[in-house]
Ligand binder design. Sequence first.
Ligand code: ATP
Ligand code: MG
Length: 479
Amino acid sequence: MVSKKPISEALQNPIFENLRKVVLSWNKPTFVIGGFVRDFLLERALPNDIDIVTVGDGMALAQKVADSMKNSPQVQRFKNFGTAMIKTSDFELEFVGARRESYQKDSRKPQISSGSLEDDQNRRDFTINALAISLNDHNYGELLDPFNGIRDLENGIIRTPLDPDLTFSDDPLRMLRAVRFASQLNFSIAPETFASIQKNAARLGIISRERCVEELHKILKCPKPSKGLLLLDEAGLLEQILPEVTALKGIEEIDGHKHKDNFYHTFEVVDNICAHTDKLWLRWAALLHDIGKAPTKKFKPPTGWTFHGHEFVGSKMVYRLFKRLKMPLNDKMKYVQKLVLMSSRPIVIAEDIVTDSAVRRLIFDAGDLLEDLITLCEADITTKNPKRFARYHKNFQIVRSKIDDVEARDHIRNFQPPISGEFIMKSFHLKPSKEIGIIKETIKEAILEGEIPNEFEAALALMIKKGKALGLTYDGETL
Ligand code: ATP
Ligand code: MG
């Protein structure tokens, strides 16, 4: 639905009153354009980035605006893009001179010459992003909509203003943007526009991976990312960015044994998890949790299909995937890796009788990721059998309450061994040696198995016993 509010309401913030004054003396056609106008008309939360286009020198206008503002903010100039930005506490004002762009085949960098507002609207990616509002005195607040962007907003359509082949081959990033906007706004992509994306998909290769990832992040931040992910796939874009995910496609059948389609399953898991978390990297973990299944898939009679070790293989793939996409190889990557690695653990527990020791081990191994891991596992329940669905969820409730019980009793999370290596060394007059590791491991195992409580006294007794068994002499002086 397009807003019925008068356009003047878009310009209510005092910042526009100031712009109006500056534009009056600047005396060149100047407009608010792009996302701000679109989001006002859709009654979405107004973005704090406001794009302003002027028929003239955008940098000079930015300077004039900055000079007119109270504490004369700095103008940041981006010479490469011919844009200038002013940051205030509420807004980022971005200025550009109206321009015409012409592109070479193998580059995203256009040759730029100055042009009219129409030229500038022509170079915009979609009709809904080419809408402009005048800041000029004679028609202040008038909406300029040369490509019927309003109609496309009303019908929920993403469409290029010009021949889509030209728009996409000029700047293939726009193909990802089309899908991303469709996903964010829950719009569809016009058939001829979509056909052109399919035709030009291979040109995505000239786009930097960082920019592709930015769009992927935005798709994953949507309430229902499967919309964008499926469009990416249908367009032939997904296999170029995430071949590990498209490799999960398909169902095979041998001797009446079928496995589920892990590709569509994955998207369901992503949508499920989005209802429970805004954490971007947890959403990434959902997207990647099964990628190890493609390379590990085997048919083993009489069991049927197996994916042995897919969690481990998948976690290794996460590293290579992050590296290839130039995503940061930092704690975020490790977080995703660990969730992928552990993604079957709680399910295995939930399927069986939930024992204390299994829960203790889970708490110990998952550490700070425990809640997120369980959230992932619950999202992983995509069975269409209502009885099974209810049973699995119930089992996870049991796992959750067991976690609380065990944790309250045993304090396994962020486990600190009750006896240190140093203490063991002193007790048995040892130099660094493998016996210390063996004793430490014995104590840890006994605690996790529930054989002894997570307490000093009990650990000490076990230490002495194990030390004796290893032929060591205990020196009671350490106490
Ligand atoms: P959002 O801020 O939510 O990403 P937006 O539409 O404001 O949405 P920006 O990237 O901020 O997107 O760009 C502002 C405007 O600049 C767009 O509305 C569009 O008119 C134009 N634009 C941005 N990127 C491109 C592009 N690659 N090709 C053509 N026009 C673009
Ligand atoms: Mg924007």
